[in-house]
Write a new protein. Sequence first.
Length: 317
Amino acid sequence: MRNFTCVQDLGDLQQALKEAFEIKKDRFQFTESGKNKTLLMIFFNSSLRTRLSTQKAAMNLGMNTMVLDVNQGAWKLETEHGVIMDGDKPEHLLEAIPVMGCYCDIIGVRSFARFENKEEDYNEMILNQFIQYSGRPVFSMEAATRHPLQSFADLITIEEYKKTARPKVVLTWAPHPKALPQAVPNSFAEWMNATDHDFVITHPEGYELDPVFVGNACVEYDQKKAFQGADFIYAKNWAAYADPNYGKVLSTDRSWTVDTDKMALTNNAYFMHCLPVRRNMIVTDDVIKSPQSIVIQEAANREISAQTVLKKILQEL
Ligand code: CP
């Protein structure tokens, strides 16, 4: 594997899951594979889990790691092409990217949707420039439209906890005070569609995701109906995708918060969220602290998904 930006890049998903569980059994069995190789992680946006889990995964493989927070300590980067650089951004991404590539073997990039230009966001302008100009394998640490390391960890977690071969998995929109990208729900839907799950998406009207990601999912506007018989509830907020409301918050209706009454409609479902989560907006304290909440186990699997991806990229270096 050269680059990792979406589920298709992994190739055989069942084989990748098998490799992930092998790594989970003994995460230090491949410490030679990354020897004298350097991972550079570039963050245009904040992170707790991705930063720590990916760095830990790289260290498990014997890699050296470097982290650059673009907005803290680096030159402000111009990302637009063809502009007169007479403003506050002294370096262009077109020089910065190949320079970064000189100092490492693999690059991880986090760059969220900006909600300024839908076409730019959905064309993954930043991530694709790293792929085009760095001369290095590049993997997404959450880009504008997808968060594949998260989705891979989500799938590993579902595989670990599922009680039936084809569980009912429900992705539910939940309220949040600020506009959040669609990357996590898009990606989760993409990965669920790549597997054989009974997959349902529920959200208020106006929050329809890009049909490319919805795929074969059943879309149900009645959240309580969607929860009935569910084995997994995956909560997430996202801002509107459809025009003319792209990137807007249309509702903060707390009747969509995941609470114990709604969880009682499910088949004793596990509660999942990628974190960070706003308690009592997305999910009540009672649900997130209940034994059915597997958000910490899910976050722990971020190390496994990152290590599986890095190992596959190292094999092709
Ligand atoms: N879930 C996730 O990606 O967390 P961070 O934003 O903290 O990395």
